[in-house]
Design a protein around this ligand. Sequence first.
Ligand SMILES: N[C@@H](CCC(=O)N[C@@H](CS)C(=O)NCC(=O)O)C(=O)O
Length: 333
Amino acid sequence: MVQHNDIVLFHYSFSPFARKVVWYLTLRGIEYGQCMQPIYLPREDINALGVKYRRIPIMSIGRDMYCDTRLILQKLEAKFASGALGASQPDEKAIEKLLESWTIDGGIFVRAAQAIPPEMPLMKDPKFTKDREDYMGRSWELESIKAMRPEALTHIRDAFVFLETGLLADGRQWVLKTEKASMADIEAVWPFHWLLELKGALPPTLVSKEKFPKVFAWIKRFSEAVSVAKSSAPQPTTLKGAEAVKYVIQADFSEPEGNVDASDPLGLKKGQDVESWPIDSGFKHHDRGKLVSLTSTEVVLASQSKVGGKEVRIHHPRWNYRIRAVSGGGVKL
Ligand SMILES: N[C@@H](CCC(=O)N[C@@H](CS)C(=O)NCC(=O)O)C(=O)O
């Protein structure tokens, strides 16, 4: 039986990436299920579903598992097309895309993570710091964290200047001068919102309401818009790990199977054993399976759930992901 739109969001509340999706669902008033995850590995429920991708969030719709907020938001926009939050004009779409790329690939998130205050108890938990070394491939030793912080703060201040004197300089309420918060606001606001909430992350001598009044007002406006939406949006249904796994494996696929683009430069064939993984972070964790579909924006693999042995389709975006044929089989199904 289909419940909560067949959606289960696997996330934890400290994750700024996950908040992008939670805000989106809240602003749209979309009913969804969620399965809260530990802040570091192992994540047993995700393993049980046969997914190796280690980053958060992951969203399932039926038996399709979507990795990466870029793909997740695009899928939600397509599934709930009426009242979508994305821009419709090409130039506005371009701004939205540039903001997504600026915050994710342009170094803003990496610098925000480097600005996590070293005093935070989490930063003294060796399980957390070891886990983040696996995730980012750099040292999370306290000394390295402290050494990186000044440079990170300089970059973050630069980003505040960009917003204050550029994007928001004319006093607009929302990034694309829309009536209400749009996808472009979500794509831009998340790392800054996260940093302002993180006590001790940004020294007030560097970043303050006085120095960046327009940015602070915009972040506050965004928070208020989410709070207002939350008061009327359906409450998410929280599923325990085993319930979420059971829910996913009994579900139908949410999308038709799709095809492999014959003109794709990788030259892969449908049904071939492949692996796919992100190359910017979390790169040690490769998903493997039979190639179901390959387009310019997405790769879909058929994997197998460890619990119940059901086929589960894993979707990754193409940007900053690597796909490779796996020789010698080793992939069931
Ligand atoms: N490009 C990915 C990045 C996701 C990401 O890096 N998420 C962070 C949490 S904010 C993460 O997975 N950290 C390590 C972990 O939680 O395992 C996306 O847009 O979803």
